[in-house]
Design a protein around this ligand. Structure first.
Ligand SMILES: [Zn+2]
Length: 154
């Protein structure tokens, strides 16, 4: 299932999201010209400046780049930045344990360990998809798994 945020990104290039997570409004605006990233947003007739935003939650600190107007201090995120920020929100939710959790039995075929995805979650998957696995702890027991569209898709 797609995040609401993601759906908005796809259908509406200009949007603001309210950040309920922090109880304050964070202005996130997607500008069509900056959709690909790397291009400064224009505000008050000037190019905005690239800044590093820092947010923290418990001991978990996260920085993400954003564009800021030097006059009104409004912040803008381009597509790549918004995706990065969204990852922070996902991590935050996972720390708060507000995520849907699925427990699976580990399988072993004599050579390889594997687990099966629940059927209900696989409608959206394709054999061409790529599984991006990020190791989160050095003991190899915690991962962030993201299923990305394969090269010839989308
Ligand atoms: Zn401005």
């Amino acid at each position: 299932m797609k995040q609401k945020h993601q759906q908005e990104l796809e259908k509406e290039p200009f949007y603001n999201i309210k950040d309920e997570e922090f109880g304050e409004e964070v202005k996130l605006k997607i500008d069509e010209s900056s959709f690909k990233g790397g291009v400064p947003f224009k505000c008050h007739g000037k190019n905005s400046i690239l800044i590093d935003k820092r947010v923290s939650f418990n001991d978990f600190e996260f920085t993400y780049p954003a564009w800021q107007c030097s006059k009104c201090k409004k912040e803008f995120l381009d597509f790549e930045q918004a995706k990065r920020y969204e990852k922070f929100l996902i991590m935050k939710r996972s720390l708060e344990q507000n995520l849907i959790t699925i427990e699976r039995n580990m399988n072993f075929d004599g050579k390889t360990f594997f687990f099966r995805f629940p059927k209900e979650l696989t409608n959206n998957l394709s054999k061409k998809d790529l599984v991006d696995i990020k190791l989160l702890t050095p003991d190899g027991r915690m991962f962030l798994v993201e299923i990305k569209h394969g090269k010839n898709e989308r």
